[in-house]
Design a protein around this ligand. Structure first.
Ligand code: GRF
Length: 216
């Protein structure tokens, strides 16, 4: 099977990018990252990419007058490599509907909650406030409505009595580093289609997201 071509979009630390790089380097994911694109020149993830010998590009959103112009230019850069999958990994920009539709079924994101719970920001704080017993992260297809696309994989953690936003964030990150590579592997090894916001893997409807847990 030929290697899948990936593009990863980041804005910051890039620990999820690193987790995916590690799985590719270990041979577990049969893919190449064609390029890592950041909207911020100082994103640490760019250094991670360079260290792994991956091409990088910066598309600085502050240089564009509108979201549409930024997305238009971003799409131009992406299309130079004709990727199979575009991975948002801590990419802190809201994308226009035109951009999202252009890459429908190829564009995935990781969100720090068990979607459909806690779309948007401050997910750990909101989970603690609700005294949720479980929390986690979800890898989902990106659709025009924020954090509402079909979920491929979820990582579930138990919330402890003494958890704070920080301790929860740490464990959610740990589970993210497991599930994002798993989701990418699944997409590269199977025929996966998104139709009417439903996921079909090798023509079988995925009834519910695949779930992973932390060992402790
Ligand atoms: C992750 O927590 C992810 O859920 C959110 O952004 C964060 C990115 O972290 N979308 P990193 O840059 O991969 O370390």
């Amino acid at each position: 099977m030929s290697k899948s071509r990936l593009i990863v979009l980041i804005s910051g630390n890039g620990s999820n990018l690193q987790a995916i790089i590690n799985q590719i380097e270990s041979g577990d994911i049969n893919a190449n990252i064609a390029s890592v694109i950041s909207n911020k020149a100082d994103a640490y993830g760019l250094q991670r990419a360079k260290k792994a010998g991956i091409e990088t590009a910066i598309v600085d959103h502050t240089q564009y007058e509108s979201r549409e112009l930024f997305d238009h230019f971003l799409a131009k850069v992406i299309d130079q490599t004709a990727p199979d999958i575009i991975i948002l990994a801590g990419f802190m920009r809201i994308l226009t509907e035109g951009f999202v539709m252009r890459y429908a079924g190829k564009l995935i994101n990781i969100h720090p909650s068990l979607l459909p719970l806690y779309r948007g920001l401050h997910t750990h704080k909101r989970a603690l406030h609700d005294k949720a017993t479980q929390h986690g992260a979800s890898v989902h297809f990106v659709t025009p409505e924020l954090d509402s696309g079909a979920v491929i994989v979820q990582g579930v953690i138990s919330v402890k009595n003494n958890d704070t936003e920080e301790t929860l964030a740490t464990r959610v990150h740990q589970i993210e580093h497991i599930i994002y590579p798993q989701a990418v592997k699944l997409l590269t090894e199977n025929h996966v289609k998104l139709r009417a916001n439903r996921i079909y893997i090798n023509n079988q409807r995925l009834q519910q997201p695949k779930q992973y847990g932390l060992k402790k």
